[in-house]
Write a protein that binds this ligand. Structure first.
Ligand code: ADP
Length: 660
């Protein structure tokens, strides 16, 4: 049965409800069909026995009455006696045979239904000599059944002398029609039984399938809603009840675990947030004095004529920049971990990025005697839209690493255009060096946090093992890809792809953009110092920032004046005449934006006209900040820490550059 059920196509896909109905209907029907077959077969046997009995009784009577007629060879009397068989409607033919086997008299049924059968009987092979089966005539008293007939014989005695044999042929048709009728009746009852069985099992299956369906529904609901407080209310005390109890217990355990996990995750999140906040604060606190050191060093470098002093200042500058890089990496990592990373999308020139990188890293290349070159591929747009600060950060890290791990030879940065993507195109950046290379095993986890190939190498070259991991996270957060190919002892090729939007149709020229090698001077050094003219007001609450900005502005030939806060700025702006006002955004009392609003809206303010540019000086240059500054009446912004290049471009934009 199980095999039958299993072999039924689609059985596994059926619901429990349908399976139960199918099983009970199949079982009932199988039992009913079996018993119907047995009843019909038994009925058939009984009908045959009845026919034998009736034929035997009548033939005994006839043989007794026909004895004398046969002894006196009186065929008429014998025929009369035989006509008694008309009482048995199934008898088709009865013949009295003489002892020598010759037919003496024959009776044939006059019934319409027997006419065809007599023709059939005459056509039977055994009826050629005798109309009856030899077996029946030779074995009196034993019925012989063929397809249509039953043959039966009885000896005829007169006194003690055997006078002959009477053979009778009975038609089985009545038995067949009786059986056919029984089969029809059985089939009808089976059909009724089938309908009843389907109806009853449909009703009864509910008591089994409903709790299972409820259980399955509860499983589904819990797994989709993750609400482990749900409980099943099942009254059944059977296996399904046990299952429901087990399910409820499981939900309790899972719910408890879930709560514990939730608490743990919350604690972990809080801990991570605290750590990130601590790191962010610390980094900020460390960065502020570092920017001071960098700013002052840059001023000292510019002012110093003595080459020994210059060397000292360059060392301070290099150390401070390295420290700043490490702190920036830590800050970025904590921001990324705390999901506080936001792309800063702005328009920038790819040439400026390259120049900045070369300017920053050329001293290292020159000092190590490594050739640093930048190659620009075809069709790279000159102005792009994207996160230039992060792009710089990744490039400084990769090119810085390449220079760090290359003793002699070259480092090449190649920028080329890749496929167009939905919102723009992909740029491919490749940094190739001829340095120590990285073994295949070490390449596997190289982008993980704090991963360094070899401690001794790291100690020799320095580093935290954070740069590549931060670069990878940033590239991925900006929807790009990063990778490495390297052969130990031969060199490495780090590459990354980033999507950008083109901000102009202008293209940079393809080819070698810049190259720095041993003996050559830093391209950023020795550039003629730019000069500007005008009067600038600066408001910043940080003494160090004020000092650096004022000194730098002065070194550009600008007349600069500084105040400590927003109130001072508003006051100074209403009394003095300035060509530009630079306002720190975060100041006590009134911040830079409020100060800008007051300066723009003041009626008493005659000195500052509406055209005087107000520049925001800010450590946060997030997306949307620019709009907020413009809304407050500001015209441009400078990011902190102050970068000479950015300051120069703002000065050139609003004051105009003087010929030098
Ligand atoms: P750091 O340089 O501060 O140690 P990074 O994450 O930038 O950290 O680099 C991780 C490690 O990967 C380095 O310590 C160095 O072992 C290996 N590495 C990175 N760039 C190169 C390179 N260009 N050539 C050889 N090894 C490299």
């Amino acid at each position: 049965m199980r095999r039958i059920m299993r072999s039924l196509p689609g059985m596994n896909e059926l619901s429990i409800k349908h399976k139960i109905v199918l099983i009970s209907v199949c079982t009932t029907m199988l039992a009913l069909v079996m018993s119907a077959v047995i009843i019909i077969v038994a009925d058939y046997a009984r009908q045959r026995a009845k026919m034998v009995e009736a034929t035997s009784v009548l033939s005994s009577l006839v043989s007794f009455n026909a004895g004398a007629a046969l002894a006196f060879r009186d065929p008429e009397v014998a025929s009369d006696v035989l006509s008694g068989f008309s009482l048995l409607p199934d008898v088709v033919e009865a013949t009295i045979f003489l002892p020598d086997g010759k037919e003496f008299v024959t009776y044939r049924s006059q019934q319409e239904r027997h006419k065809d059968l007599l023709v059939v009987a005459a056509g039977q092979p055994e009826s050629q000599d005798l109309s009856f089966s030899n077996a029946a005539v030779m074995n009196p008293g034993r019925p012989v059944f063929s397809r249509f007939f039953m043959d039966y014989s009885k000896p005829i005695f007169f006194g003690n002398t055997r006078q002959g044999v009477i053979a009778i042929r009975a038609d089985l048709g009545s038995i067949y029609s009786h059986i056919a009728f029984s089969i029809v009746v059985t089939l009808c009852s089976l059909l009724i039984a089938l309908l009843i069985s389907v109806f009853v099992s449909q009703r009864l299956q509910k008591s089994v399938s409903r709790p299972i369906a409820e259980l399955a529904g509860a499983f589904r609901e819990v797994s989709s809603s993750k609400d482990y407080s749900k409980r099943l209310l099942l009254l059944a005390r059977d296996e399904i009840g046990d299952l429901a109890t087990g399910f409820n217990t499981m939900l309790e355990v899972v719910g408890e675990r879930d709560r514990e996990m939730g608490n743990l995750v919350r604690e972990l999140k809080e801990a991570t947030e605290t750590k990130s906040a601590f790191l962010a604060n610390m980094s900020h606190e460390i960065r502020t004095p570092l920017h001071g050191i960098l700013g002052i060093t840059s001023l000292l470098l510019e002012a110093s004529e003595d080459s020994k002093d210059q060397k000292y200042f360059q060392t301070i500058d290099h150390s401070a920049r390295t420290l700043l890089q490490i702190i920036n990496d830590i800050l970025d990592l904590s921001r990324i971990e705390a999901d506080r990373f936001e792309p800063e999308i702005e328009q920038f020139s790819i040439k400026d990025v390259v120049e900045n990188i070369v300017g920053l890293l050329a001293p290292v290349a020159i000092e190590k005697g490594v050739t640093l070159s930048v190659l620009m591929g075809e069709n790279v747009p000159s102005d792009l839209k994207g996160d230039s600060r992060r792009l710089m950060q990744i490039l400084v890290n990769l090119v810085g690493n390449a220079l760090k791990f290359t003793g002699a030879g070259s480092v090449e940065l190649k920028i080329s255009m890749q496929d167009a993507v939905e919102s723009g195109f992909l740029l491919l950046f490749e940094v190739t060096d001829t340095g120590i290379g990285i073994s295949e095993e070490s390449q596997v986890g190289i982008f993980n946090d704090f991963s360094q190939v070899d401690d001794s190498i790291s100690r020799r070259f320095g580093g935290t093992g954070l740069g590549l991991s931060v670069s990878k996270s940033i590239v991925e957060l900006l929807s790009g890809e990063i990778g490495v190919q390297s052969t130990e002892g031969e060199g490495s090729r780090f590459w990354f792809r980033l999507p950008f939007e083109a901000a102009s149709v202008e293209r940079t020229g393809a080819g070698l953009m810049s190259t720095v090698s041993d003996g050559q001077s830093n391209p950023m050094e020795g550039k003629p110092k730019k000069k500007y003219s005008g009067k600038v007001l600066l408001a910043d609450d940080s003494d160090v920032n004020r000092f650096i900005m004022i000194e730098t502005l002065k070194s550009y030939g600008i007349e600069a004046m500084a105040v400590e806060d927003g109130v001072g700025a508003v006051k100074a702006a209403s009394t003095g005449v300035f060509d530009m006002i630079i306002l720190d955004i975060q100041m006590p009392d009134i911040d830079g934006m409020e100060a800008a609003r007051q300066i723009r809206n003041s009626n008493a303010n005659v000195a500052v006209d509406k055209a005087t540019p107000i520049i925001a000086f800010t450590a946060s240059a997030m997306q949307g900040d620019r709009e907020r500054f413009l809304e407050a009446g500001m015209d441009d912004y400078l990011s902190k820490p102050m970068q000479n290049e950015q300051l120069q471009s703002v000065l050139a934009r609003w004051l105009g550059e003087l010929e030098t």
